[in-house]
Design a protein around this ligand. Structure first.
Ligand code: PGA
Length: 253
Protein backbone atom coordinates (compact mmCIF):
# COMPACT_ATOMS: atom_id res chain seq x y z
CA UNK A 1 0.00 0.00 0.00
CA UNK A 2 1.51 3.30 -0.98
CA UNK A 3 0.78 6.68 0.51
CA UNK A 4 3.05 9.47 -0.65
CA UNK A 5 2.16 12.94 0.55
CA UNK A 6 -0.19 14.43 -2.02
CA UNK A 7 0.91 17.35 -4.18
CA UNK A 8 -1.44 19.96 -5.59
CA UNK A 9 0.42 22.01 -8.19
CA UNK A 10 -1.02 25.02 -9.97
CA UNK A 11 0.10 25.67 -13.52
CA UNK A 12 -0.61 29.33 -14.19
CA UNK A 13 0.53 29.00 -17.83
CA UNK A 14 0.94 32.38 -19.58
CA UNK A 15 -1.34 34.35 -17.29
CA UNK A 16 -0.90 37.08 -14.72
CA UNK A 17 0.47 40.54 -14.00
CA UNK A 18 2.44 41.75 -10.99
CA UNK A 19 -0.78 43.03 -9.51
CA UNK A 20 -3.05 40.07 -10.23
CA UNK A 21 -0.35 37.59 -9.12
CA UNK A 22 -0.01 39.35 -5.82
CA UNK A 23 -3.76 39.27 -5.20
CA UNK A 24 -4.05 35.61 -6.20
CA UNK A 25 -1.00 34.42 -4.27
CA UNK A 26 -1.89 36.32 -1.11
CA UNK A 27 -5.37 34.83 -1.20
CA UNK A 28 -3.95 31.31 -1.63
CA UNK A 29 -1.42 31.81 1.16
CA UNK A 30 -4.07 33.21 3.47
CA UNK A 31 -6.18 30.12 2.85
CA UNK A 32 -6.06 27.23 5.18
CA UNK A 33 -2.67 25.98 3.98
CA UNK A 34 -1.31 25.63 7.49
CA UNK A 35 -3.90 22.96 8.17
CA UNK A 36 -3.27 21.30 4.83
CA UNK A 37 -1.51 17.97 4.90
CA UNK A 38 -0.55 18.04 1.23
CA UNK A 39 2.25 19.91 -0.52
CA UNK A 40 1.17 22.86 -2.60
CA UNK A 41 3.11 24.36 -5.49
CA UNK A 42 2.49 27.12 -7.98
CA UNK A 43 4.26 26.93 -11.34
CA UNK A 44 4.39 30.48 -12.58
CA UNK A 45 5.75 32.32 -15.65
CA UNK A 46 9.51 32.68 -15.18
CA UNK A 47 9.47 36.47 -15.06
CA UNK A 48 7.34 36.24 -11.93
CA UNK A 49 9.30 33.54 -10.08
CA UNK A 50 11.08 36.03 -7.82
CA UNK A 51 7.88 37.87 -7.04
CA UNK A 52 6.08 34.70 -6.00
CA UNK A 53 9.12 33.40 -4.15
CA UNK A 54 9.13 36.50 -1.92
CA UNK A 55 5.43 36.12 -1.20
CA UNK A 56 5.86 32.44 -0.29
CA UNK A 57 8.86 33.21 1.89
CA UNK A 58 7.08 35.91 3.79
CA UNK A 59 4.18 33.55 4.48
CA UNK A 60 6.66 31.15 6.11
CA UNK A 61 4.76 27.99 5.18
CA UNK A 62 6.69 24.76 4.81
CA UNK A 63 4.01 23.25 2.60
CA UNK A 64 4.03 25.97 -0.10
CA UNK A 65 6.52 25.70 -2.93
CA UNK A 66 7.52 27.49 -6.11
CA UNK A 67 7.73 25.89 -9.53
CA UNK A 68 8.61 26.84 -13.09
CA UNK A 69 6.78 25.73 -16.24
CA UNK A 70 9.74 24.72 -18.36
CA UNK A 71 13.54 24.81 -18.42
CA UNK A 72 16.33 24.71 -20.94
CA UNK A 73 17.96 21.40 -21.81
CA UNK A 74 21.29 23.25 -21.87
CA UNK A 75 23.39 24.02 -18.87
CA UNK A 76 24.38 27.60 -19.72
CA UNK A 77 25.77 29.81 -22.43
CA UNK A 78 24.74 31.12 -25.83
CA UNK A 79 21.06 30.09 -25.87
CA UNK A 80 19.21 33.37 -26.24
CA UNK A 81 15.92 33.44 -24.43
CA UNK A 82 16.44 30.22 -22.49
CA UNK A 83 16.42 29.75 -18.74
CA UNK A 84 18.68 27.23 -17.02
CA UNK A 85 18.08 24.91 -14.08
CA UNK A 86 20.62 26.82 -11.99
CA UNK A 87 18.73 30.06 -12.65
CA UNK A 88 15.51 28.43 -11.48
CA UNK A 89 17.27 27.23 -8.33
CA UNK A 90 18.75 30.67 -7.84
CA UNK A 91 15.33 32.32 -7.70
CA UNK A 92 13.92 29.76 -5.31
CA UNK A 93 12.15 27.16 -7.43
CA UNK A 94 11.66 23.66 -6.04
CA UNK A 95 9.73 22.13 -8.95
CA UNK A 96 9.79 22.46 -12.72
CA UNK A 97 7.23 21.12 -15.16
CA UNK A 98 8.81 19.35 -18.14
CA UNK A 99 7.11 17.93 -21.20
CA UNK A 100 3.78 19.66 -20.77
CA UNK A 101 1.63 18.77 -23.78
CA UNK A 102 1.57 22.43 -24.82
CA UNK A 103 5.38 22.33 -25.07
CA UNK A 104 5.28 19.02 -26.91
CA UNK A 105 2.64 20.33 -29.30
CA UNK A 106 3.61 23.97 -29.92
CA UNK A 107 7.36 23.66 -29.45
CA UNK A 108 7.78 20.19 -30.88
CA UNK A 109 9.49 18.82 -27.79
CA UNK A 110 10.40 15.18 -28.23
CA UNK A 111 10.35 12.45 -25.59
CA UNK A 112 14.12 12.56 -25.66
CA UNK A 113 14.33 16.32 -25.09
CA UNK A 114 11.86 16.07 -22.21
CA UNK A 115 14.01 13.33 -20.66
CA UNK A 116 17.13 15.49 -20.94
CA UNK A 117 15.31 18.37 -19.23
CA UNK A 118 14.17 16.05 -16.45
CA UNK A 119 17.70 14.80 -15.94
CA UNK A 120 19.12 18.32 -15.90
CA UNK A 121 16.54 19.41 -13.35
CA UNK A 122 17.28 16.47 -11.05
CA UNK A 123 21.02 17.02 -11.23
CA UNK A 124 20.50 20.64 -10.19
CA UNK A 125 18.36 19.60 -7.22
CA UNK A 126 15.02 20.54 -8.73
CA UNK A 127 12.08 18.15 -8.81
CA UNK A 128 10.84 17.67 -12.37
CA UNK A 129 7.11 17.21 -12.86
CA UNK A 130 7.18 15.07 -15.99
CA UNK A 131 3.95 15.30 -18.00
CA UNK A 132 2.66 12.46 -20.13
CA UNK A 133 -0.67 12.04 -21.87
CA UNK A 134 -2.44 10.91 -25.00
CA UNK A 135 -4.32 12.98 -27.55
CA UNK A 136 -7.98 12.36 -28.35
CA UNK A 137 -6.94 10.60 -31.54
CA UNK A 138 -4.51 8.35 -29.73
CA UNK A 139 -7.20 7.41 -27.20
CA UNK A 140 -9.69 6.66 -29.93
CA UNK A 141 -7.13 4.50 -31.70
CA UNK A 142 -6.50 2.49 -28.54
CA UNK A 143 -3.02 3.98 -28.16
CA UNK A 144 -3.35 5.51 -24.69
CA UNK A 145 -1.12 3.01 -22.90
CA UNK A 146 1.47 2.82 -25.64
CA UNK A 147 1.75 6.59 -25.74
CA UNK A 148 2.13 7.30 -22.03
CA UNK A 149 4.50 4.37 -21.58
CA UNK A 150 6.68 5.55 -24.46
CA UNK A 151 6.83 9.06 -22.99
CA UNK A 152 7.73 7.81 -19.52
CA UNK A 153 10.17 5.18 -20.83
CA UNK A 154 12.37 7.90 -22.35
CA UNK A 155 12.77 9.46 -18.91
CA UNK A 156 13.34 6.15 -17.13
CA UNK A 157 15.93 5.21 -19.72
CA UNK A 158 17.93 8.36 -19.09
CA UNK A 159 17.70 8.76 -15.33
CA UNK A 160 17.54 5.14 -14.21
CA UNK A 161 17.08 4.52 -10.50
CA UNK A 162 16.78 8.28 -9.79
CA UNK A 163 13.29 7.93 -11.21
CA UNK A 164 12.00 7.75 -7.62
CA UNK A 165 12.87 11.44 -7.27
CA UNK A 166 10.56 12.72 -9.99
CA UNK A 167 6.88 13.56 -10.01
CA UNK A 168 4.81 12.24 -12.92
CA UNK A 169 1.70 14.03 -14.18
CA UNK A 170 -0.80 12.16 -16.31
CA UNK A 171 -2.58 14.77 -18.40
CA UNK A 172 -4.80 13.46 -21.18
CA UNK A 173 -4.41 16.13 -23.86
CA UNK A 174 -8.14 16.01 -24.68
CA UNK A 175 -8.95 16.99 -21.09
CA UNK A 176 -6.68 20.02 -20.82
CA UNK A 177 -8.54 23.30 -20.74
CA UNK A 178 -11.52 21.71 -22.43
CA UNK A 179 -13.79 21.10 -19.45
CA UNK A 180 -13.68 17.39 -20.35
CA UNK A 181 -12.24 15.38 -17.51
CA UNK A 182 -11.13 11.78 -17.50
CA UNK A 183 -13.48 9.87 -15.23
CA UNK A 184 -11.85 8.77 -11.98
CA UNK A 185 -11.84 5.20 -13.35
CA UNK A 186 -10.24 6.22 -16.66
CA UNK A 187 -7.58 8.22 -14.84
CA UNK A 188 -6.95 5.49 -12.26
CA UNK A 189 -6.46 2.86 -14.94
CA UNK A 190 -3.75 4.93 -16.67
CA UNK A 191 -2.16 5.79 -13.32
CA UNK A 192 -2.00 2.07 -12.51
CA UNK A 193 -0.21 1.43 -15.82
CA UNK A 194 2.31 4.16 -15.03
CA UNK A 195 2.79 2.84 -11.49
CA UNK A 196 3.51 -0.63 -12.84
CA UNK A 197 6.03 0.80 -15.28
CA UNK A 198 7.73 2.75 -12.50
CA UNK A 199 7.75 -0.36 -10.34
CA UNK A 200 9.42 -2.37 -13.07
CA UNK A 201 12.14 0.31 -13.16
CA UNK A 202 12.52 1.18 -9.49
CA UNK A 203 11.05 -1.69 -7.50
CA UNK A 204 9.11 -0.98 -4.33
CA UNK A 205 10.33 2.63 -4.28
CA UNK A 206 7.81 3.28 -7.06
CA UNK A 207 5.06 3.24 -4.46
CA UNK A 208 6.28 6.61 -3.21
CA UNK A 209 6.49 8.35 -6.58
CA UNK A 210 3.72 10.91 -6.87
CA UNK A 211 1.58 10.54 -9.98
CA UNK A 212 -0.61 13.61 -10.43
CA UNK A 213 -3.71 13.84 -12.57
CA UNK A 214 -4.20 16.97 -14.69
CA UNK A 215 -6.90 18.04 -17.12
CA UNK A 216 -9.87 20.17 -16.10
CA UNK A 217 -9.58 19.26 -12.44
CA UNK A 218 -11.91 21.54 -10.49
CA UNK A 219 -13.57 21.78 -7.08
CA UNK A 220 -16.43 19.52 -8.10
CA UNK A 221 -14.43 16.62 -9.53
CA UNK A 222 -11.29 16.87 -7.37
CA UNK A 223 -12.45 14.67 -4.53
CA UNK A 224 -13.43 11.70 -6.66
CA UNK A 225 -10.23 11.88 -8.71
CA UNK A 226 -7.98 12.35 -5.68
CA UNK A 227 -9.51 9.42 -3.84
CA UNK A 228 -8.31 6.93 -6.47
CA UNK A 229 -5.56 4.72 -5.13
CA UNK A 230 -2.88 5.72 -7.64
CA UNK A 231 -3.74 9.42 -7.91
CA UNK A 232 -1.37 11.30 -5.64
CA UNK A 233 -2.32 14.87 -6.44
CA UNK A 234 -3.25 17.21 -9.24
CA UNK A 235 -1.73 19.54 -11.80
CA UNK A 236 -4.26 22.32 -12.05
CA UNK A 237 -4.44 24.84 -14.89
CA UNK A 238 -7.55 27.01 -15.13
CA UNK A 239 -8.76 26.37 -11.60
CA UNK A 240 -5.43 27.45 -10.11
CA UNK A 241 -6.08 31.00 -11.30
CA UNK A 242 -8.99 31.41 -8.88
CA UNK A 243 -7.90 31.27 -5.25
CA UNK A 244 -11.21 29.87 -4.00
CA UNK A 245 -11.18 27.05 -6.57
CA UNK A 246 -7.53 26.23 -5.96
CA UNK A 247 -8.06 26.20 -2.20
CA UNK A 248 -11.03 23.90 -2.45
CA UNK A 249 -9.02 21.44 -4.54
CA UNK A 250 -6.28 21.59 -1.87
CA UNK A 251 -8.92 20.92 0.77
CA UNK A 252 -10.11 17.89 -1.21
CA UNK A 253 -6.61 16.37 -1.25
P1 PGA B 1 -6.46 22.62 -17.00
O1 PGA B 1 -4.89 22.52 -17.33
O2 PGA B 1 -6.62 22.30 -15.53
O3 PGA B 1 -6.82 24.02 -17.34
O4 PGA B 1 -7.15 21.61 -17.86
C1 PGA B 1 -4.07 21.54 -16.74
C2 PGA B 1 -2.69 21.65 -17.30
O5 PGA B 1 -2.54 21.88 -18.51
O6 PGA B 1 -1.69 21.49 -16.57
Amino acid sequence: MHSPKKLIAGNWKMNGTLESNSTLMRAVLEGDLRASICDVAVCVPSVYLSQIHSLIQSANLTTAHLGAQDVSAHEKGAYTGEISVSMLKDVGATYVIVGHSERRQFHHESDQLVAIKAERALKAGLIPIVCVGETQQERESGLTEVTVKRQLAAVIHLIGHCITEIVVAYEPVWAIGTGLTATPEQAQSVHAVLRAQLKAAAGEGAANIRILYGGSMNPSNAKSLLSQSDIDGGLIGGASLKATDFLSIIAAA
